[in-house]
Design a protein around this ligand. Structure first.
Ligand SMILES: C[S@@+](CC[C@H](N)C(=O)[O-])C[C@H]1O[C@@H](n2cnc3c(N)ncnc32)[C@H](O)[C@@H]1O
Length: 365
């Protein structure tokens, strides 16, 4: 079956005739301009049955748990990705949003994605654009996680469900034909995706605001602009069909929303005001105690964990470092407050409980 990699409810011509075509007998291998030595197959999704040479050429590694090795595979060029992006840009508003070609994540990279996301049996994973379902199935099979894959291509949805059944994980790995942009993300503790830069960017506001703090997002090969990843790894993929011979994986841990002004107390009598400015996991701001203010130094927010400190002059002229270490919980900042006197009047640090509530709300990033 030949069709463009970009499925559309309303059939439309690809932007460039050269990008999406099928080779019935053999894959078409090109060297994309500016990518020396890179081999790419400019084709759309193809169902490839056992024995086809395309399976290994495109997939990089055979399915570890399938004796049939039946696999729906495709490899696309950098040019293919860009063509998809161009199509996306041209699509009228009422067009469906499927503009990402099907390219399966190689098996070693699937494992690395699950490792990076620390996926375990307590997790609920959503793979956005799940292809043949391998990420969700592998999470269920090897980590005991539950999850769903959402995918627009009905053949891939069917293939995924069949494979989950065959491997005995159908209760934990489920698939539906659904637009990822219309998917409820809130049940997820882990999101995985292998999409395109502009799709990641289009999803970013929802990922940042709808997911619970601490939810892990793992993306294969594409970042999210100025939302810097909390961790990044490179996995060798010598047979990679586009770009350099490795995959880059990005991990973000969704930060709590702490932007805004807080009023708090520490110990029996201490009072403070905190003006926080948040850019994803990075925070800056000002701490004010007894009419004196100082800029804070904060570590990046890790899920719901917030830690900052500031040095202020006290009423008696004693400088002290004030440090908060705690969590954003149910709309409050709850943790400990440590005061360390500085200079000549050095005394042992004093740690007391601290709590703050919002004085004003601010817009989410
Ligand atoms: C690069 S493949 C990744 C497949 C799989 N996640 C993996 O890592 O092996 C991207 C998949 O996203 C699907 N897709 C693209 N746009 C989509 C959308 N709007 N909603 C759901 N799936 C989509 C494509 O059909 C394709 O199968």
């Amino acid at each position: 079956m030949c069709r463009p990699a970009v499925a559309s409810r309303r059939q439309k011509k690809p932007a460039s005739a050269g990008f999406f075509f099928c080779a019935a007998a053999a894959p078409v291998i090109h060297s994309p301009q500016g990518v020396p030595g890179a081999r790419v197959w400019l084709g759309g999704p193809m169902a490839v049955s056992e024995g086809s040479s395309i399976v290994d050429a495109c997939d990089g590694a055979a399915r570890p748990h399938s004796r049939r090795r039946r696999c729906t595979v495709a490899a696309v060029a950098v040019a293919g990705w860009l063509a998809a992006a161009a199509l996306y840009a041209q699509a009228p508003a009422d067009e469906p949003t499927v503009k990402v070609p099907y390219v399966p994540t190689p098996w070693p990279v699937v494992k690395a994605m699950l490792d990076l996301g620390q996926v375990g049996e307590r997790d609920f994973l959503i793979d956005l654009g799940s292809g043949d379902g391998r990420v969700v199935i592998e999470a269920a099979r090897t980590r005991g996680a539950r999850g769903i894959g959402v995918e627009l291509d009905p053949d891939l949805v069917r293939l995924s469900s069949d494979e989950a059944k065959r491997l005995g994980v159908a209760a934990r790995a489920q698939f539906s034909r659904q637009d990822l942009f219309e998917t409820d993300l809130t049940p997820a503790t882990v999101i995985t995706m292998y999409l395109l830069p502009h799709i990641n960017m289009a999803l970013r506001p929802r990922l940042a605001s709808e997911l619970r703090p601490g939810t892990r997002i793992v993306s294969h090969d594409f970042g999210m602009g100025d939302w810097q990843a909390d961790a990044q790894v490179k996995i060798p993929v010598p047979e990679k069909s586009y770009g350099p011979p490795y995959s880059t994986l990005y991990l973000w841990v969704v930060p709590a929303f702490v932007n805004g002004i807080w009023e708090g107390r520490y110990g029996e009598t201490g009072q403070y005001r905190l003006d926080l400015r948040q850019q994803f996991q990075r925070v800056s701001g000002t701490l004010t105690i007894a009419g004196r203010s100082a800029k804070i130094e904060a570590t990046p927010i890790a899920g719901d964990r917030l830690a900052f400190s500031a040095v202020l002059d006290g009423a008696g002229g004693v400088r002290a470092r004030h440090a908060f270490d705690g969590r954003s919980q149910a709309g409050e900042l709850v943790g400990t407050w440590t005061v360390t006197a500085l200079g000549a009047a050095v005394t042992a640090p004093v740690t007391v409980p601290a709590r703050a509530v919002r004085a004003e709300s601010a817009r989410k990033p």
